[in-house]
Design a binder for this molecule. Structure first.
Ligand code: TA6
Length: 293
């Protein structure tokens, strides 16, 4: 099928009817639906759909740079490049999951790319849709045989929530974070959960590998499991910032929350021949909310 820019995208399905879509633009997951066909990821209704313009939605890949702490465009170039489908996936055993529930995408630097980031890397992204409707993204970045390079990384995951003021994140208690709204100063999370009543833009450092995002109204929890991704970005623009973003409707901050598995505080350095793997698994489970006391 085609994505919003008319660019090829791969549709993954599992036997229970869950689905996911991955665009060749940026290797970006653009949709993830449960077996009832309910969309689980947020996409801005006012996204500007033009090739190489990243949209606020789905799961853009931030690589090789998080933010604008470097010489490249904000959040790096991976999300605005055209990826290709990697056909030969020798280590994929079809019986591990239904063969249609998986795709490998590949990004390698063009001559042009090497001018702005002169490193010979190969980036393989594997997207799997599991039998439980869980979505797994595995990024493998390899230094093909060039000089050592260093990068930071994030799966910029736009979760769809019913009402941000009724959402809480569990798993980040007592964790230190850098607050983008306060000159990236370092603080320690004091709450027994992260809740939302204003703009939040933080990088939690060295987090547990399982984080839960509870959506009270929908009585469901997103369980995020990660490996090789020590940090977690938490972002909601709230009202004022939303109004300042042309490609974001004024009120839709209420239906989204970015909780990104990331490697930011300690960027990764790969010597020739070395490979890094960052793995993220998203699963939705019904929340057994303890009744409000
Ligand atoms: O989530 C961290 C952050 O850098 C925010 O500061 C905000 O700029 C956001 O990412 C931008 O998201 P976008 O979808 O525009 O890449």
């Amino acid at each position: 099928t085609k994505d919003w820019n008319g660019i090829d995208q791969v549709v993954l399905r599992n036997p229970q009817g869950a689905s996911a879509k991955v665009s060749l633009q940026g290797g970006q997951v653009t949709s993830w639906r449960n077996e009832k066909g309910e969309e689980l990821l947020f996409t801005s209704s006012k996204a500007i759909f033009k090739p190489s313009k990243a949209i606020h939605g789905g799961i853009p890949i931030y690589f090789p740079q998080f933010g604008n702490c470097g010489s490249l465009e904000q959040h790096g170039f991976a999300r605005s490049k055209f990826w290709t489908i990697e056909e030969n996936t020798p280590d994929l055993q079809p019986n591990d999951f239904n063969a249609k529930g998986c795709v490998d995408l590949l990004l390698k630097p063009s001559e042009e790319d090497l001018k702005c980031w002169p490193y010979s890397f190969e980036f393989r992204l594997r997207v799997l849709l599991g039998v439980d409707g869980d979505l797994t993204l595995i990024s493998r970045v390899r230094n093909v045989n060039g000089k050592p390079f260093t990068f930071s990384f994030a799966y910029h995951t736009y979760l769809l929530v019913s009402d941000i003021s009724e959402v809480r994140i569990e798993g980040l208690e007592t964790v230190d974070y850098l607050d983008n709204l306060r000159q990236r100063e370092r603080f320690t999370e004091q709450g027994d959960a992260v809740t939302f009543e204003s703009e939040v833009d933080r990088v939690y450092l060295r987090c547990p590998n399982v984080i839960a995002v509870l959506d009270h109204e929908k009585k469901r929890t997103y369980v995020i499991r990660k490996e090789g991704l020590p940090d977690v970005v938490v972002w909601n623009p709230w009202e004022k910032k939303s109004k300042s973003m042309v490609d974001f409707a004024d009120e839709e901050y209420k239906q989204m929350l970015c909780v990104d598995g990331a490697a930011i505080e300690k960027p990764i350095t790969l010597k020739p021949g070395e490979e890094w793997t960052g793995r993220l698994q998203l699963l939705v489970v019904p929340s057994t909310f303890c009744s409000e006391q």
